[in-house]
Write a protein that binds this ligand. Structure first.
Ligand code: NG1
Ligand code: ZN
Length: 543
């Protein structure tokens, strides 16, 4: 009773905005920041319950990633550091949309009972809070902390404020703590920098060290700029960081802008022509590379698919060395993409003999699929991705990297490189800082410039993405990893009709966005005109 009234009291401080429907989409709740206090408070309650239920630390990240400055969002990091278990999403939706404190408290108690969350076993909740640089994050953080006051009378709980961090840093800390390790930014930097140095130590002689020119990073005026500076200070990395926060977040800058608009970000121009450049997004979980054309007006984009391909080639080389001498069975290596992956990348990877899977959009799907392999790699075209290693494979590596147990020098090197990749690449979610370190190391290893990287693997098919604003995007339902529309009737046939006009390379699909109130249209074709045309005609059908 006492608990119930504490929860009721604190809930009444955060009434939900009238007439807004919240949905835990591709990456949590996102909306204009002014609408989110009640939602953050309520997700705070969910996080505490999830922590007790799993007997683990849970993360809460306040960010709207690449979206505009006035937006914000909230998402939950599960014990593994990954996304919230999908079977809790309906509860997140339900409490976010509860109209008043009474119905909220009722939903909470019903859920506790249904899922059998044991509040009486003396385990108290532990939640790590993080936020990006958005000013609205300060009051939203307070709303999350109020959830603690509501819940504390139930079970006692600790909410630890990790301050301004990148999204992947918060996920990393949650994972690290739940594995019994340290959960500080310092330990994160130490792990990444130690592993990076180790990878460079195991560079072969030839090629290695050829590329010593500077990397220029556009930090989207977000949290990644300062964090990259810190990481850089621990390494001998030749990086210049621009857009470190003085300008408007994500405004004409950042990975989403460069990838979707294919335009030169603010602060870059003709003097940068030909140099190796990269863009992070606002919370530093996405990364793309690019170079500026000689007139300073266009970018040659090296997107998530090409990062994926570069890493895949490198990983396969190492795995092949291990396989040559491996007695202990084959290693499964899987590559995971979404329908947004450029068709040329998928074809390239398949021809290279790799197993390529396609999942729906959203890290939760990609990550889950990649975790099925001994070594799994996933990337979205927009630059979100990572490389995952199974525990079983890591212990096999431990014995292979011990050169004394019969392995050759070559095998030892490959094993050490793979172990270093495991240390560099965030095992919880995609991480732009991890990505920068691995790209830089692999380019050094191969002795490749950004142009060689961009041109040697494959040439992108021209593609176009459009957004269509519709009255109700939920009327569109898709199947087969979002490549086909199943509702409304007739839409897929109409799309097929347009695609047929652009054969053989034409490809097009539509899906409702999970983060914005739009339907996205993606088209690919053998020429720029064909891709644009196909996207436009399908967009007008959807409209
Ligand atoms: P939606 O809005 O569901 O398309 C976008 C990205 C996803 C993912 C999420 C999370 C595209 C086409 N979609 O999702 O890949 O990154 O945002 O931020 O880039
Ligand atoms: Zn992001």
């Amino acid at each position: 009773e006492e608990q119930r009234s504490a929860l009721l009291n604190s809930s009444s401080l955060f009434p939900p905005p009238p007439g807004v429907k919240f949905s835990y989409g591709t990456s949590g709740f996102r909306a204009d920041a002014s609408l989110l206090e009640s939602t953050v408070f309520r997700v705070g309650i969910l996080a505490a319950l999830r922590s007790i239920h799993t007997r683990s630390v849970i993360g809460l990240m306040i960010t709207a990633s690449h979206n505009r400055l006035s937006d914000n969002g909230i998402k939950v990091a599960d014990p593994s550091g990954g996304m919230l278990a999908q079977n809790w999403e309906p509860f997140a939706d339900a409490i976010a949309n509860a109209p008043d404190p009474n119905s909220l408290v009722q939903l909470v108690y019903d859920f506790i009972k249904r899922v059998n969350i044991r509040l009486d076993e003396g385990f108290s909740a532990e939640v790590f809070l993080g936020r990006d640089t958005r000013p609205s994050g300060i009051s939203l953080l307070e709303a999350a902390k109020q959830a603690k006051l509501g819940i504390i009378s139930i079970i006692g709980s600790t909410f630890t404020d990790m301050g301004i961090v990148t999204t992947p840093q918060l996920h990393w800390m949650v994972r690290s703590r739940n594995k019994g390790g340290e959960a500080s930014e310092q330990s994160y930097y130490n792990q990444l920098s130690t592993s990076f140095r180790c990878l460079l130590d195991y560079c072969p002689g030839e090629g290695c060290g050829n590329v010593d020119d500077e990397l220029i990073v556009d930090a989207a005026d977000g949290v990644g700029g300062e964090k990259l500076e810190t990481l850089k200070s621990k390494l001998s990395l030749n990086v210049q960081v621009r857009n470190r926060g003085a300008g408007v977040l994500n405004d004409g800058v950042g990975a989403d802008y460069v990838q979707k608009e294919k335009l030169v970000p603010r602060g870059f121009g003709p003097p940068d022509a030909g140099k190796r450049c990269a863009s992070l997004d606002g919370d530093a979980d996405r990364l793309v590379y690019f170079s500026v054309s000689s007139d300073g007006n266009a970018v040659d984009l090296v997107d998530g698919d090409k990062i994926l391909s570069l890493f895949s080639v490198f990983l396969k080389e190492q795995l092949d060395v291990l396989a040559e001498e491996e007695e202990g069975g084959v290693v499964s290596f899987g590559v995971v993409q979404t329908a947004y992956a450029n068709g040329a990348s998928t074809e390239y990877l398949r021809r290279a003999g790799l197993r390529v899977a396609c999942t729906p959009t959203g890290v939760k799907y990609l990550h889950e699929k990649a975790a099925e392999y001994d070594v799994g790699i996933y990337f979205e075209a927009n630059g979100h991705g990572t490389v995952l290693f199974s525990d079983g494979f890591l212990s096999r590596l431990d014995s292979s990297s011990n050169a004394e147990i019969g392995g050759s020098e070559k095998k030892h090197g490959a094993a050490m490189r793979l172990r270093a990749v495991n240390g560099i690449m965030n095992q919880a979610v995609g991480d732009a800082l991890s990505g920068v370190l691995l790209v830089e190391a692999v380019l050094l290893y191969k002795g490749w410039s950004i142009h060689q990287w961009s041109e040697r693997l494959y040439r992108d098919l021209p593609s176009r993405q459009l957004k269509v604003i519709v009255h109700d995007r939920s009327v569109i339902e898709t199947a087969d990893a979002e490549t086909r529309v199943v509702k409304p009737a007739g839409l897929q046939e109409a799309i097929d009709g347009e695609v047929a006009k652009h054969s053989p390379d034409g490809r097009c699909f539509v899906r409702p966005s999970g983060t914005e109130d739009v339907v996205r249209v993606y088209a690919e074709g053998s020429t720029r005109e064909s891709a644009d045309d196909l996207a436009r005609s399908v967009a007008s059908i959807v409209d």
